[in-house]
Design a protein around this ligand. Sequence first.
Ligand code: GAF
Length: 390
Amino acid sequence: MFELSTLYAAFERYFGHPPTRIARAPGRVNLIGEHTDYNDGFVFPMALDRATYVAARPRSDRIVRVFSVKFREEDQFDLDQIVRDDQRQWVNYIRGVAKGLLARDLPLRGADLLIDSDVPAGSGLSSSAALEVAVGYTFQLLNNINLLGEELALLAQGAEHSFVGVKCGIMDQLIAALGEAGHALLIDCRDLSYRPVPIPASVRVVVCDSGVRHRLAGSEYNQRRAGCEEAVRLLKPALGKIQALRDVRLTDLAEHGHLLPPDLLPLARHVVSENERTLAAADALAAGDLVKMGQLMVESHHSLRDDYRVSVPELDTLVELALAAPGCYGSRMTGGGFGGSTVSLVEADRVDEFVAAMIAGYAIRTGRTMQPLVCTAGAGVSCVYASEEE
Ligand code: GAF
């Protein structure tokens, strides 16, 4: 947890006056439902108790000045001339969100922003969505704009599409906006409705970061998405009115799979089966059936590894180690893949043994140091400080 007083003092030091608002938006871990969101399908993430914080103060001009504590770098842009920066990716998340608000004809004033985060970057825990949502929410606070959580999420997703170039789904931004403490959310990515499911007190959600970051993750992601869209196009003549892989069943693939080239059939199979697993997993968790939930997580990992081909050997090793470690119900890679983290469901009473086994096992198998995070489900975006001034 961040000390707000530290953030407040850093803002004052940097900008020479105090902030009037501080907002936070969490990272996330997805329990199951991977690469289903951009197929109009189901996801089951929880918000983390780790977040990106934005301390802010409005300005009287049209300039936005941003200082990132993590990068120890400043950005400055004019609200009337927002362009992408080809050199520094982090600034595009902020510029893209501001541009998106302006494109919706929402009135913005310039602002001083200081940003810090305890969401580990590049670990597959969605630090970028946390940044986009925190910045979008801060602009709302400073300009008295009221967007629903869903609208804020769509705005943040739009920034990532147009300014960052990753054609991501809506999961990460939606859970950052709408997360509920103590709960995972079963989200229907077609109509954005959701059902909160409590995380039972008898389990812990443990994230293990493989330490691997794949340079091509963004382009591989876009290729997978394009592959799914192509599969829908090829299946349409046989299946009629389908809009997305969400509308396809495994029996449809058994009958009409020959319409898909050999590289697309496994992609479609993953998405269709993952949707079924995700719905079953939410029911299992709600019923306290942790054994079933764990099995579904493992099946999800195998499908991501073999059919969707987004795992890497280090993630497979972490899953293998987890399944052999004390108290583990199930484990899988989480997030987009090509590196990043695994998520494991572990008996609360045995979590210390589990963590010790994972640290030792990963060091022996890969020579890498890894510190598991035992996570609690946190709340979505919020304002954590408001001065009397505004
Ligand atoms: C990334 C994307 F940003 C999400 O939208 C989602 O597709 C995920 O990968 C895979 O499930 O986090």
